[in-house]
Ligand binder design. Structure first.
Ligand code: NAD
Length: 255
């Protein structure tokens, strides 16, 4: 169990991040939720998790596109035994017309934020004599698709950063690994299904078939499964796993 441990999960007021927060809290960890907004509902989300799982839960606003705010998040958290770098955005467009501001934002949020939070969190993990860094990469950290230049570059970068972090902590009870999901059922993905059904005049099954073309299982992973993978990486069973990638992609990268 993760009693007495504190987990900071970036980009966790929805989707995979929230699923990871919930599974870590279920395993007994205190949790820090994060996004770039500071709404009542963000703080209410943390209060609900505290109540449901009987752990401490806080919401801390920090914009992961800004290096100083990434570092401030870890400082404000006070303790960070488990760092899950999850915040991420996407933009799909061919390279020659890919907006420069979108490129910069994706590189900053999806990749550089993990550098900043890891730099800020490692001293505390070393002092505590235990730590887990988990980077939520993607099947696109290992393979590519057209029109996703910034995303694929950033996710490959995160996989590289994962290996370096693992080597720099190899002699310590700290591990760093990357989880590489294929399609995961999140509100973001689910919300696109009705629109796509209408646009192409297709059934839900046909749209899922299109969406899951590269996912041999033809099923999306769930946020609970991603959370469970994080809990496993925090367990003693995973203490000798470091610097590697765990694919949760229904066979995508086996193709
Ligand atoms: P999502 O949009 O539901 O969640 C993204 C989270 O990041 C949200 O909480 C959002 O508020 C936060 N965020 C965005 N910009 C931020 C910023 N500047 N500062 C702080 N927080 C910010 O998407 P998701 O599907 O849950 O994605 C989470 C991670 O998983 C991303 O890194 C994504 O690339 C990765 N991923 C998702 C899938 C999938 O199919 N859903 C597949 C592979 C990888």
């Amino acid at each position: 169990t993760l009693l007495q441990k504190t987990a900071v999960v970036t980009g966790s007021n929805s989707g995979i991040g929230l699923g990871v927060v919930r599974e870590l809290a279920r395993a007994g960890a205190n949790v820090v939720l994060n996004s770039f907004t500071d709404r009542d509902e963000d703080h209410a989300l943390a209060a609900d998790i505290a109540k449901e799982f009987g752990v401490e839960a806080r919401y801390i606003k920090a914009d992961m596109s800004k290096g100083d705010e990434c570092r401030a998040l870890i400082e404000k958290a006070g303790t960070c035994d488990i760092l899950v770098n999850n915040a991420g955005i996407q933009h799909v467009e061919p390279i020659e017309s890919f907006p420069v501001d979108k490129w910069d934002a994706i590189i900053a949020i999806n990749m550089s934020s993990a550098f900043h939070t890891t730099a800020a969190a490692l001293p505390g993990m070393r002092a505590a004599g235990w730590g887990r860094v988990i980077n939520i990469a993607s099947a696109h950290g290992l393979t590519a698709s057209p029109f996703k230049s910034a995303y694929v570059a950033a996710k490959h970068g995160v996989v590289g950063l994962t290996k370096v972090t693992a080597l720099e902590t190899a002699r310590e009870p700290i591990t760093c690994n990357a989880i590489c999901p294929g399609y995961v059922s999140t509100p973001l993905v689910e919300s696109q299904i009705p629109d796509t059904m209408e646009k192409y005049g297709k059934s839900r099954e046909e749209v899922l078939d299109m969406l899951l073309e590269r996912q041999p299982s033809k099923e999306m992973a769930t946020v609970e499964q991603l959370g469970g993978t994080c809990v496993f990486l925090c367990s003693d069973a995973a203490a000798q796993m470091t610097g590697t990638t765990l694919s949760v992609d229904g066979g995508w990268t086996a193709l």
